[in-house]
Ligand binder design. Structure first.
Ligand SMILES: [Zn+2]
Length: 133
């Protein structure tokens, strides 16, 4: 599973969450800034690998295998962004870096970051409760 395939699946998932209408190849091309022909080639490959399907309306459908992977990558994206923002990195830069690191981070490092983020969340809740009382 290459980095670019992961990026495609993540983008499709994000686009699906943003709109109720189906996601088309052109939406993916706009979101990623890639040409339509190269997006078509990539989508064809994802389809052959059983990650996505294209329905009769040309909508891109995430198949279970593709959805699972997309959700895993997107979870990494959200957690990495959160931790970087917490460290004081501006949101835009944090999200951009997260989007690169999410494809290469090891399971061990990601697990440690995830733990740290849960700690941050707990501390935040506690301090906002303390302010209220
Ligand atoms: Zn990302």
């Amino acid at each position: 599973m290459g980095e670019s395939a992961e990026m495609y699946l993540e983008t499709i998932l994000v686009l699906q969450r943003k709109s109720d209408e189906g996601v088309h190849a052109i939406d993916v091309s706009r979101a990623m800034g890639f040409s339509k022909p190269s997006v078509s080639v990539a989508l064809k490959r994802l389809k052959n690998q059983g990650f996505i399907d294209i329905d009769g309306f040309d909508h891109i459908i995430l198949l279970p295998k593709g959805r699972e992977l997309a959700e895993e990558i997107y979870e990494r994206h959200e957690i990495l962004t959160d931790v970087f923002v917490e460290l004081g990195v501006p949101y835009e830069i944090a999200a951009e870096d997260a989007c690169r690191i999410e494809h290469v981070v090891s399971k061990e490092t990601f697990a440690a970051l995830k733990k740290r983020r849960e700690l941050i969340k707990k501390t935040r809740k506690r301090s906002s409760k303390a302010k209220k009382n």
